[in-house]
Design a protein around this ligand. Structure first.
Ligand code: TYM
Length: 335
């Protein structure tokens, strides 16, 4: 089956081109050689207030989107986090092995606490502990994520090493896998920031499900600079660099090839061509999504099957962790 891979995305809003290039694209590629588990992390989504009906809908949509991107349920386990109670249970246990100071250092927490000042809840603070539980429950070896999750992965490793140091080898120590390209797709309007679902301007983010015209329109309006030269220079030309990066990941060309291709230094053409290659790459996903979304019975069966498999696997690790810290087993036998 190969090494265990675990990753997930939140069912909040639609996914962006950043999610696609930084995460999903890599998940799909790993299926051939790895034992992959892909989760829809609905418990994480609760850290920001959600409309109940919409959250439910988004979770199913995300399952359809995973499959539309190429996740194959015959090869990989796909499930919804709240269907596997061990995630919340291990998170509690691990929270007692995580220091307040460690969580206070998390940049994502600081950032979200700023943006949701009226709801800085304890879940937002302990969010990375739940993420550690997600990963550690499956004896995960590799975690393919975008750059923004790196700090959470480091904390996961620290918690696992600490726990193992006290109680023996209960958890595998996971490695983050952050692709060399596509791991940091930037906002099209404010290219110093990452592209995010929650950006204020619609023009700032390309959604996986945007129609091709919309994709091209957003790229045409992308913010660049007044330097009129096409080169990779993240500091002085973040907008142009982002467009070049996206063009490279999507076409599979190298940086040198990109510079040769765009040696005319015309920003209009760079924006247009990047928009077109992205629109072409997303079109089949969009069509497959529309087809799958209508297959509710099929999606339900995949999610049910995935949750049952995940429960079995997660249950073993949780039982070991409970045992070694001294929580007594149920008298008279299992569960
Ligand atoms: P989420 O839902 O914010 O994003 C899902 C994945 O997309 C990546 N990503 C990006 N990559 C490149 N450029 C961008 N602009 C960009 N924006 C997002 C993210 O890095 C992520 O890989 N906490 C996680 C979900 C999670 C998880 C886990 C991931 C919960 N448990 C366990 C891995 C393992 C999150 O909120 O991702």
């Amino acid at each position: 089956m190969g090494p265990v891979v675990f990753s997930g995305a939140q069912p909040t809003g639609q996914l962006t081109l950043g999610n696609f290039l930084g995460a999903l694209r890599n998940w799909v590629a790993m299926q051939a050689s790895h034992d992959c588990i892909f989760c829809i992390v609905d418990l994480h989504a609760l850290t920001v207030r959600q409309d109940p009906k919409e959250l439910r809908e988004r979770s199913l949509e995300l399952a359809a989107l995973y499959l539309a991107c190429g996740i194959d349920p015959a090869k990989s386990t796909v499930f919804i986090q709240s269907h596997v109670p061990a995630h919340a249970e291990l998170a509690w246990l691990l929270s007692t092995f995580t220091q307040m100071g460690e969580l206070e250092r998390m940049t994502q927490f600081k950032d979200k606490a700023q943006r949701h000042r009226q709801n800085v809840n304890a879940g937002l603070f302990t969010y990375p502990v739940l993420m550690a539980a997600d990963i550690l429950l499956y004896q995960t070896e590799k975690v393919p994520v975008g750059e923004d999750q790196k700090q959470h992965l480091e904390l996961t490793r620290d918690i696992a090493v600490r726990f193992n140091g006290l109680y023996g080898q209960i958890f595998k120590i996971p490695e983050p896998m952050i692709a060399a390209d596509g791991a940091r797709v930037k906002d099209l309007q404010e290219p110093s920031k990452k592209m995010s679902k929650s950006a204020e301007s619609e023009l700032a983010r390309v959604m996986i499900l945007d129609d091709p015209k919309e994709v091209v329109k957003k790229f045409k309006k992308a913010v660049t600079d007044g330097l009129n030269q096409i080169c990779f220079d993240e500091e002085n030309q973040p907008g142009v660099t982002n467009l070049l990066d996206i063009w490279c990941v999507v076409t599979g060309h190298s940086k040198e090839e990109a510079l040769a291709h765009f040696s005319h230094n015309q920003y209009g053409r760079l924006k247009m061509e990047t928009g077109e290659v992205v629109a072409a790459a997303l079109s089949p996903v969009r069509e497959e999504f529309a087809r799958l979304r209508r297959e509710e019975g099929y999606l339900d069966s995949i999610l049910r099957q995935g949750a049952l498999q995940a429960r079995q696997r997660a249950g073993r690790t949780l039982a070991d962790a409970y045992r070694v810290v001294g929580l007594p087993p149920l008298p008279g036998g299992d569960s």
